[in-house]
Design a protein around this ligand. Structure first.
Ligand code: MTE
Ligand code: MO
Length: 347
């Protein structure tokens, strides 16, 4: 199967003058855009969400550090005045929306952690941001999906598409058509002017950037971009812990060592993280405050390190009581599993 791979920030088309002037226009329009205030603000973030361990990644990922996954080699340049979303397929009523409709709508704001199905155990393809947007269930309520429909195929202007279960877009988890990211208009690389954000699902089956179409259909009738290339048609997120500190191959003297990281299981939430040194007993880490079950949760642990080469492992328990499986799986077709393990030298 083909790989879902991250592009280095820097890779961009060099399509000559035409393209670069389009890019300038889009960048200017984005700079000039003033986002409306949400009618429902994001729930306040508890003071203690950040792990006290230095080196653990920030709980809120800055836009400039947010991972990127793109199938297209160049970032689409969409003029907001031309942007339109068409909702069609198995619906009673076709709906079209333009960008002004979105600006005039009752927007909500919510922190949501996005994770990529191609993230290896211990990998960095996850990020947490505050998104501003319109709940997709409101758009679907206008379109009135027909009996028998069970999927929404969202399509990007660049040919990417994602298959999302219809019920996930209709329940109260606040799946949205997002126009804002951390208080700014969406960065162009993250889907400007409009993308989808759906708590609980990997990005490849939900987070369509530069979205222009929602086709209400059935899993039996249509396939999304990555499903056609060997990946799963559905992508619920697997429970995953990550060790951010210490780093792999770190060397430090014996004694007290701060261990820390993050863990995610959107929409089930994280209720426990444990740490194991080599093949010893599992020991409970201290959880940082929980903002919600749709954001990641950080943790910390104090280890009394003894000389030698050691493996620091972690595992999380989600809100259903399920412990993260030890069973190793590759990212293909529906997400990696196994325990993260960081090798360190104490001397
Ligand atoms: N148009 C488009 N949307 C897309 C993708 C893409 O390649 N093209 N990648 C998807 C995948 S696999 C993920 S994990 C998320 C990543 O969003 P980000 O690049 O903003 O982090 O976007 C999703 N939406
Ligand atoms: Mo992804």
């Amino acid at each position: 199967a083909a790989g879902i791979t991250a592009v280095a920030a820097g890779i961009a088309a060099t399509g000559g003058r035409l393209l670069s002037s389009a890019r300038n226009n889009v960048a200017q329009a984005r700079d000039a855009l003033r986002l409306p205030s949400p009618v429902k603000a994001a729930a306040p973030v508890p003071a203690g969400v950040q792990s006290p361990v230095p080196g653990v990644f920030p709980w809120l990922t800055p836009n400039s550090e947010f991972y990127r996954i793109d199938t297209a080699l160049s970032v689409p340049e969409i003029n907001v005045n031309d942007w339109e979303l068409r909702v069609h397929g198995m619906v009673e009523q076709e709906v079209t929306m333009n960008f002004q409709d979105l600006l005039d709508a009752e927007l909500i704001e919510s922190h949501v952690t996005l994770t990529c199905v191609s993230n290896p155990v211990g990998g960095k393809l996850a990020g947490n941001a505050k998104w501003l947007g319109l709940p997709i269930r409101e758009v679907l309520a206008k379109a009135k999906p027909k009996e028998g429909a069970d999927m929404v195929l969202s399509k990007s202007i660049d040919g990417f598409s994602a298959s999302t279960p219809l019920e996930v877009l209709q329940d109260d988890r606040d799946a949205m058509l997002a126009i804002g990211m951390n208080g700014e208009p969406l960065p162009v690389e993250h889907g400007y002017p409009v993308r989808m954000v759906v708590p609980g699902l990997y990005g490849f089956v939900s987070a369509t950037k530069w979205v222009v179409e929602l086709e209400v259909t059935r899993f039996a009738d249509a396939k999304a971009y990555w499903t056609e290339r060997g990946w799963s048609e559905r992508g619920p997120i697997k429970t995953m812990a990550r060790v951010d500190v210490p780093k792999s191959f770190a060397k430090f003297p014996p004694g007290k060592v701060a261990v820390g990281g993050t863990a995610w299981a959107q929409t089930r939430g994280i209720t426990k993280v444990e740490v194991q040194i080599d093949d010893g007993e599992w020991m409970e880490a201290t959880l940082s405050d929980e903002a919600s079950t749709i954001t990641w949760r950080q943790w910390s642990f104090e280890w009394d390190a003894t000389p030698g080469i050691h493996y620091v492992k972690a595992r999380a328990t989600d809100g259903t009581g399920e412990v993260q499986t030890e069973k190793r799986a590759d990212p293909v077709p529906d997400g990696a599993s196994g325990w993260p393990s960081v090798m360190v030298t104490v001397e």
